[in-house]
Design a protein around this ligand. Structure first.
Ligand code: AMP
Length: 213
């Protein structure tokens, strides 16, 4: 099963793809996570990417396309994967399509998580993320059991540098301009499925599972 989770920052792609990964035993591939790991490790890629990420802008297409091409040929991707945060531009989607065609593969479904802007702003500005495992919490709606500590792995929670108000607004703008057109791209290919992303994560996950199985 090869899935793409579409939806703006804060729509729950990360949370839902973690749940899908556990249920179906296929890896979640998040370009954001891969890039953040490179920033943390101080690699050349990380240094280059950080300049864009801190401003809420997209990292150049050729960089993320290269990352994905290398990742999807890994042995753990044989039975499929969940793409979280890729593709984010039409160029990325076209390149992915081309690469998969060369491999004799295709994407099965593209799930669009729809959440209104006001809710996204609340979610993102209060979000706290685990530095170790990436699990997400929220200052008011999903507090960890111990303040500042991840329930899942005990790692420290932090506010992502791009989860500040100015950068959040920029990221949402970039989404509307660069990524939202992908809905039409995948609708034309008969792959787009839409889920209202408001409500509990379990309810959304149940709908998601029905759609993909
Ligand atoms: P995310 O964790 O998906 O919200 O991504 C965080 C940041 O990483 C984005 O704001 C971009 O700067 C960068 N990024 C992640 N995925 C991509 C992508 N597919 N194309 C370009 N930039 C990306």
């Amino acid at each position: 099963m090869r899935l793409i989770l579409l939806g703006p920052p804060g729509s729950g792609k990360g949370t839902q793809s973690n749940l899908l990964q556990d249920k179906f035993g296929i890896p979640k591939i998040s370009t954001g996570d891969i890039l953040r790991a490179s920033v943390k490790d101080g690699t050349e890629l990380g240094k280059k990417a950080k300049r864009f990420m801190d401003k809420g802008e997209l990292v150049p297409d050729e960089v993320v396309i290269c990352l994905i091409k290398e990742r999807i040929v890994e042995p753990d991707c044989e039975a499929g994967y969940i793409l979280d945060g890729f593709p984010r531009t039409i160029v990325q989607a076209e390149k992915l399509e081309e690469t998969l065609a060369e491999m004799g593969q295709d994407i099965d479904s593209v799930i669009d998580l729809v959440v209104d802007r006001k809710e996204l702003l609340i979610r993102l500005s209060g979000r706290r993320t685990c530095k170790n495992c990436g699990a997400m919490f929220h200052q008011t709606s999903h507090l960890p059991k111990v303040a500042g500590v991840c329930d899942a792995c005990g790692g420290p929670l932090y506010q992502r540098p791009d989860d500040n108000e100015e950068t959040i607004v920029k990221r949402l703008e970039v989404y509307s301009k660069e990524t939202a057109p992908l809905r039409e791209f995948y609708r034309k290919r008969g792959k787009l499925k839409t889920i209202q992303g408001r409500g509990g994560m379990d309810v959304i996950f149940a709908q998601l599972c029905k759609m993909v199985s």
